[in-house]
Design a protein around this ligand. Structure first.
Ligand SMILES: [Zn+2]
Length: 315
């Protein structure tokens, strides 16, 4: 089979969306791997991206021309979605019924990785789908502005799912065979950042252990995140959200906390560490527990959380 692969955008002024990640970087990363994997399976993969473009229309026109002139059997345009930070999942656009049949297994393989299935949709408004001669699909892999999707996202697994969906074959390399989701996972920078933050905060997993900072989402990281949420009074599942990061930032700012003056996330954190009741208000009971902590750690016993106490708490 001969595939035309279009890595969305990457031709200024044709630039993709940005969120937690930049669409251009991800379409290029996934597309490059899809091409290599198709070739490794014995297919021909034509890179349809233009070297340059004078306008967005010029950019999409060149992609279509390359696909049509190369007489590829199938055209695949790779994109990432962005909306309001809350929308998530995978959708694929197609126009003809042949393209819809092509889209379905690709969608199934991607959603098997854990992404929400938003369905195969009518893409008659999309230039590259309307103007290519062969069955053509446009994949919106997931949402780059969704924390959930970006925590789940992994370039290698996404590329494997697309190739498996397109060919029915298991891409070689790191994949034991049965399932495109079983390839060796790649560390996720956001998960890694979260694990390091929780370790620094001494928030342990459900077995009281420090997290392994490997960038991989698992039950230990999830349970530590849940614990952190409960300390912070955040009513959310065990995935990091904007609220989680805001609370982490509030603590890492190391504000000076005085009895009867302080409230908020940093106070909740101190209460967790010194073992007083967690209500987010720095009252007399918290001050008593703080002084015990200061005594034990050989810093000035004044009930004030300042640089000395912070250095004992989170270094
Ligand atoms: Zn796009």
């Amino acid at each position: 089979m001969k595939f035309g692969i279009d890595m969305g955008h990457n031709a200024p002024p044709d630039i993709g969306a940005s969120g937690i990640a930049k669409e251009d970087n991800l379409t290029k990363a996934v597309g490059t791997r899809v091409i290599a994997k198709l070739e490794a399976l014995g297919h021909i993969a034509v890179n349809c991206n233009p070297r340059w473009a004078s306008s967005v229309l010029d950019s999409v026109r060149k992609r279509v021309q390359t696909a049509n002139a190369s007489r590829v059997n199938v055209y695949v345009s790779i994109h990432f979605n962005a909306f309001n930070g809350r929308a998530n999942g995978t959708e694929i656009y197609a126009v003809s019924s042949a393209a819809r049949r092509l889209a379905q297994p690709v969608l199934e393989n991607i959603t098997r990785l854990g992404f929400f299935n938003r369905g195969v949709k009518n893409g008659s408004h999309l230039y590259v789908l309307k103007n290519t001669y062969m069955p053509a699909i446009l994949i919106e892999c997931c949402f780059i502005d969704s924390r959930r999707d970006m925590d789940l996202y992994n370039t290698e697994r996404m590329a494997n799912a697309i190739v498996k969906g397109l060919t029915g074959q298991n891409p070689p390399g790191g994949d034991s065979g049965q399932d495109s989701g079983s390839s060796k996972p790649e560390p996720n920078p956001q998960v890694l950042k979260l694990q390091k933050a929780l370790n620094r905060l001494q928030v342990t997993d459900k077995n009281g252990r420090r997290l392994v900072d490997d960038g991989l989402w698992g039950s230990a990281t999830e349970s530590a995140t849940l614990k952190f949420h409960s300390i912070m009074g955040i009513n959310a599942p065990g995935r990091a959200s904007a609220q989680t990061w805001k609370a982490i930032d509030d603590i890492f700012e190391k504000p000076i906390l005085r009895p009867n003056h302080a409230t908020g996330k940093a106070v909740r954190y101190i209460q967790y560490r010194v073992g007083s009741e967690i209500d987010g208000v720095y009252g007399p009971n918290t001050a008593k527990a703080v002084m015990q902590f200061q005594n034990k750690n050989h810093v000035t016993i004044d009930g004030i959380i300042g640089p000395q106490s912070w250095s004992k708490l989170i270094g």
